[in-house]
Design a protein around this ligand. Structure first.
Ligand code: C2E
Ligand code: MG
Ligand code: MG
Ligand code: MG
Length: 292
């Protein structure tokens, strides 16, 4: 009996795997047509200055409006796009969309609005990436300083010298580089020394229990201190509540991003450079007050 049950379980398991493989194959087939079929959309999430409460920039976050599955999040299809190389044309499209949007929002807001675009390891390794970025800047007229390219420490698993070289070349265009999900790589500090970067984005996992956990607070405080001493900007990711925000303010974190301020939304849903007043940041507390 036990043997029969085991067999049955195995069959169910194999069935599940086959289903998953089929699902993946379907998704892949759909993905190669998604760009041409105009099923891809870019959502935008604002980055807020902690001292003024102003929106200083947005991050472009890709979504797939699947005809049957609805809105597919990037975790489900970016890895697939990465494996197949489809991320290269898709990424170039995101870059162009986002740059165009930043130009339009800057004009509407009457001040420069920055735009951050995520770049996967495969995109960074692509030999045309520098030409692509240069062409997008040229076509859209976006001032290069307003564009930030976000890379994670995982890019360093590739040939480190090549990656460093590539980032330097991109920077000569005048664009900025951010290290995304900082602290989750296994050797953050030694990489930080080598990576040419302008901004550190503190990973959400360190922000989550900031208000409850002393260790998280110490860590975040050290990252902010490190950024300051290296003269890098710092953005805290994934700020979801007021308690996290006030700890970050007391630690003098310069910028933040998260559901507390706004979720990623389509361009049409945004007021350029502004947040709904309901989620606006209150005036910063003085350091003395914050210490209380
Ligand atoms: P990421 O670049 O670290 O983006 C931040 C992620 O955190 C986004 O997830 C965003 O929606 C989410 N997030 C922001 N604030 C909060 C918060 O307060 N709480 C929680 N729980 N989550 C928050 P999303 O949009 O699902 O993107 C996931 C990842 O997919 C991104 O992580 C990025 O690595 C990748 N990705 C997204 N768009 C692109 C793209 O155009 N190109 C490439 N290469 N990668 C992309
Ligand atoms: Mg990012
Ligand atoms: Mg991140
Ligand atoms: Mg991430």
């Amino acid at each position: 009996l036990a043997k029969a049950q085991g067999k049955q379980r195995l069959a169910v398991y194999a069935d599940g795997m086959a289903q998953e493989a089929r699902g993946k194959a379907d998704l892949l087939e759909g993905l190669s047509a998604a760009l041409a079929e105009q099923q891809l959309v870019v959502h935008y999430q604002p980055v807020i200055s902690m001292s003024t409460g102003e929106v200083t920039s947005y991050e472009a976050l890709l979504r797939w409006r699947h005809p049957e599955r609805g809105l597919v999040p990037p975790v489900e299809f970016i890895p697939l796009a990465e494996d197949t190389g489809l991320i290269v044309p898709i990424g170039a499209w995101v870059l162009r969309e986002a740059a165009r949007q930043a130009v339009a929002w800057s004009a509407a807001a009457g001040r420069p609005i920055g735009m951050a675009v995520n770049l996967s390891p495969r995109q960074l390794a692509d030999d045309d990436v520098v030409a692509t970025v240069a062409a997008v800047l040229d076509e859209t007229g976006l001032p290069p300083v307003q564009l930030t390219l976000e890379v994670t420490e995982s890019v360093m698993v590739q040939d480190v010298d090549r990656v460093v070289d590539r980032l330097r070349t991109l920077r000569t265009l005048g664009v900025r580089i951010a290290i995304d999900d900082f602290g989750t790589g296994y050797s953050s500090l030694s990489y930080l020394r080598r990576l040419p970067a302008d901004t550190i984005k503190i990973d959400r996992s360190f922000v989550i229990d900031l208000a409850q956990d002393g260790a998280s607070r110490t860590l975040v405080s050290s990252i902010i201190e490190l950024a300051r001493s290296l003269q890098l900007d710092v953005v805290a990711e994934g700020v979801e509540d007021a308690a996290q925000r006030s700890v970050l303010q007391s630690l003098q974190c310069s910028h933040a991003q998260g559901f507390l301020f706004a979720r990623p939304q389509p361009a049409e849903a945004q007021l350029p450079g502004q947040l709904d007043t309901a989620v606006a940041v209150p005036a910063p507390r003085s350091a003395a007050e914050a210490a209380l």
